[in-house]
Design a binder for this molecule. Sequence first.
Ligand code: ADP
Ligand code: MG
Ligand code: MG
Length: 894
Amino acid sequence: MSRYVYPFDQGDKDQKDLLGGKGANLAEMTKIGLPVPPGFTITTQACRAYMKDGHVPPELRVEVTMAIREIEDRMGRRLGDFHDPLLVSVRSGAKFSMPGMMETVLNVGLNDASVKGLAEFSGDERFAWDSYRRLIQMFGRTVLGIDGDLFAEALEEAKRASGAITDVDLSAADLKGLVERFKQIVREQRGRDFPQHPREQLDMAIEAVFDSWNTERARLYRRRERIPHDLGTAVNVVTMVFGNLGESSGTGVCFTRDPSTGHSGVYGDYLANAQGEDVVAGIRNTLPLAELESLDKTSYGELLQAMRRLETHYRDLCDIEFTIERGTLWLLQTRVGKRTAAAAFRVATQLVDEHLITMDEAIARCTGAQLSQLLFPQFDATAERELLTKAMPASPGAAVGEIVFDNAQALERTGEGVSVILVRRETNPDDLQGMIVASGVLTSRGGKTSHAAVVARGMGKCAVVGAEEIDVDPAAQEMRVAGRVLTAGETIAIDGSTGEVFLGDVPVEDSPVMVYIAAGLEAGLAAAEDEATAELIHAVDRVMNHADAKRRMQVRANADTAEDARRARVRGAQGIGLCRTEHQFLGDRRRDIERVVLAEADDEREAALAELLPVQRQDFIELLEAMDGLPATIRLIDPPLHEFLPDLTDLAVKVARAEDEGTVDERDVALLAAVRRMHEANPMLGLRGVRLGLKLPGLFALQIRAIAEATVQLRKSGKDPRPEIMVPLVGSVRELHLVREQAEAILAEVGAAHDIRLDLPIGCMIELPRAALTAHRIAEEADFFSFGTNDLTQTAWGFSRDDVEGAFFADYLENGVLTISPFETIDSDGAGALVLTGVAGGRSTVPGLHIGVCGEHGGDPESIHFFHDAGLDYVSCSPFRVPIARLEAGRAAV
Ligand code: ADP
Ligand code: MG
Ligand code: MG
C-alpha cells in the first residue's frame, strides 16, 4: 500500500524523489546509528496530491496521527502537553535544495499552557518563553505570511526597553511581554488569534510547506536551475532538541573537510546557547568549531566521530547541522556539501588518494560546467578599477576593449588589431559579424535567453546583458551610465562571470587551468601562483587523463580556419567535425561570387569560378596542414546565395538615387535584378545547401576540386591530409547521389592527373527530419553522417532560430512549454528522437556507419551524454569547448 508518511527509521538516502534530500539523509543517518531526534517525513507524493486536489489527502491526517503517537510513546511525552511537552520542528525539503522555499518552523506545540510545562521540565523559565516567542515569530512569518519586520521591530523595541544588547539579555519577564506583543501582531494582521491547539499548528505548518512550493520566488529559482515544477516538496517533522538551554547547549554547522581544498581538518562554526537559525542569521558572532573542544570535550569528540562516520559512509565531503542539548549531541541535517568548481576537482582527487573513491567516481563528480568556469580568462583582481554598473552575467569570461556600436566599427577596429566590445540595446542576427570579431558583448536589454546571451554562449564569448542602467544611443554614438557619457572608442571592461562593467582597461589574464589545457602540465604549473592552484592543476590533469582514457566518443572541433584548427588541436581535438566554407566567400571574394551569380553565359561563370579556385585551394591547404594526420570534415557551401549579395533595400535605394543623378552603373542594375530574382520569403527553407549545389553545380565542383588539389599537393610534400567531403541539407538519397557522382568524377580526374588515388570519404549532414526518417536510404550513398542538430531542431520544431529567442522563448520558459532552449540542450523527445531514428536507419544499411554531431549541442554537457547513449562516434564543438566535451564524454562512459 502506498503511504504518505515515513518514520526516519524506514527510509534511506536513495529515496530523494520521495523523501526529499533532507528527509532521505535524516533517514540514512538514523539507519547508520547516528543520533538523530525521532521524526518522520511526509512524502513529495502527498505534496503532489495536495497540489492536485487543493486539500491534503484524508489518509495523510491519519498517518500523521499514528507517526506522532509513536514518537510520543517513545519519548514518554505528548505534543503540546501541559507537563514536559513534546515539541517538533516542521521543515521543508525538496529533492533539490531550494533556497526559494519556506523556512523551518521550530517549537511547534507550544501554547499558553505548554510554555509553562516547558519551563517546569527544563527548570528554565527564560528558555521556555524564548522558545514560545520564536514559534510565534516563525509561524507568523512563514505560515501566516505576516511581514517579518513587524516581529523584528517589536523584538528591537523590547531590547531597547530593557536595555538588552542581544536577545540573550532579555529576561523571562521581558520575553513574556514580547509574546503578548507578538500575539497582538498576529491578531492585528490576520484578524485571528495565534492557533493554540498543537495539532492545528502542525497541520497549518505542513500545508504552508506544501504551499511554499509554488511561491513566485520558488518558481523563479526552479526556472533558473532547470528543476521541474511538478516534483513537489517533502515535509520533515522532527522532535525538537534545544541548543538554547544555557551555556552547556549550543548549535552549529560543520564540514567533514575543507570545502575549498578538500584537505581533512575541523571546519565549522559554533554558537553556544542558541537555536539553529541564529547561526545563519548572524545575530551573534560564532566561534570556530575547534573551540568547542574546550567547552564540551565529550560532545566535540562525538561530533568528530560522527563526521568521520558520515564521510566514510557517503564517501564524499558532507556538511552537517548539529545541536547540543545540555551535553548531548544531536545531528539535524547532512548532505553532500556544495563546493566551488576548483574544490570539486581537488576534493575528488584527494578522496582518490585516500582510497575512498575510484578515479571513475572522481570524474563523475567533476562536471564540464565546473571545468568551463576554470577556463575563462580572469580580471586581475588586484588591479584598480571603477565599476560602472552591474547587470546579468550571460556568458562568462573577461573582456576589455573599445566601445563600438555597430558591425562596421567592429570590423574596422578589429581589422586594425584593436580589441572591441560591441555595445547594443539588444542584438539580432544582423549583429553576428560584429559579435564574432568583438572580444565581448554588452546589451542594455534582454535576459539570459536573449539573442545576445544565447549566441555569445554558443561562441564562448564573454557577454553581459540587460544592463538597464546603461542608456545606449547608437545614433549619438554614445552610451550614458553612472553619470558619465562614453563615446565610441573609449575603453571598457566587462566580466561575464559577475555581470560587472568597468571603466577603462582592467588587466586580463589566462587562467592557469587554461594555460595547462593549451600548453600542458609544465606550463600550467608554471602559471600557478600558489600551492593551492598547483594542486588544482594536478587534479584537473588527472581527471582529464582519466576521462580521455575512458571515453568512447572522439571529440572534434568546429573550425573554419587554420588558426581555429590549431587552437582546437592544442585543446585536444581529434579532428575537425565541421569546417564551414562560407566564411571563405566573404570580404574581398564577395565580388567574385557576385560574378558567379550574375554570369549570363556558362563560360563567363566558369571564368569567375576559375578565379576563386586558387584562393579556395590555399584555404584548404592551410586548414589540412594544421590538422595533418587527423580527419577534417569540410562542408560544401550551405547558406542561401543571397547572403553573399548586397541587401535588396540598400541596393534598390542606391540604384534609384543614381538614376536620379544620372550616374547609373549598369553593373548595379544587373545586380539589383539578380538580387530581386533571388529574394526569398523563407531563405532558411529555400535555395540553400545541396539544393543550391545542384542548381549551380559549378560552385560545389569548385570546392571539391580545391579540396582534391589541396590534398594532392600536401601528399606530395609528405603530409597526411584527411579531408572528408560533407554535403549539407540533404533530404533525399537522390540529392546525395547526384553530388556524389559529380564529386567522384572530379576526384578521379584530379587523382589521375597526379597519379594519386583519391578516395576521400563523402558523406552528408542529417539535419532535416526527412533525412533522419530516410537515413536507411541515404546511407546507401554516404560514407558518414553528421547530425546538424541546429537545423534539425529548427525544422523539427518549425522554429526559426534567429527569430524565436527574442519573440517568445521567454514566454515559453515562463509557462513551462520549454524548460531550456532546445538550441542549447538537445530536446531528447523531439530532435533527439530523430537522431536515434537516423542512427538506427543508417546503421541498418551500413553496420558501423561512422556518425557524429556538429551542431552547437556537441559542446553541451547534457547533450553529450545523450549522444553517447545514442552510439555516436564523435561530437564536434567549438575549439573552446573541446576540453569540456572531452570530460563529459568520459563522464558519459563511466
Ligand atoms: P534549512 O533548510 O533552511 O537549513 P532547516 O530545516 O535545516 O532549514 O532548519 C533551520 C535550522 O533549524 C537549522 O539550523 C536546523 O538545525 C534547526 N532545526 C531544525 N529542526 C530542529 C529540531 N528538531 N531541533 C532543533 N533544531 C532544529
Ligand atoms: Mg538546514
Ligand atoms: Mg545546417
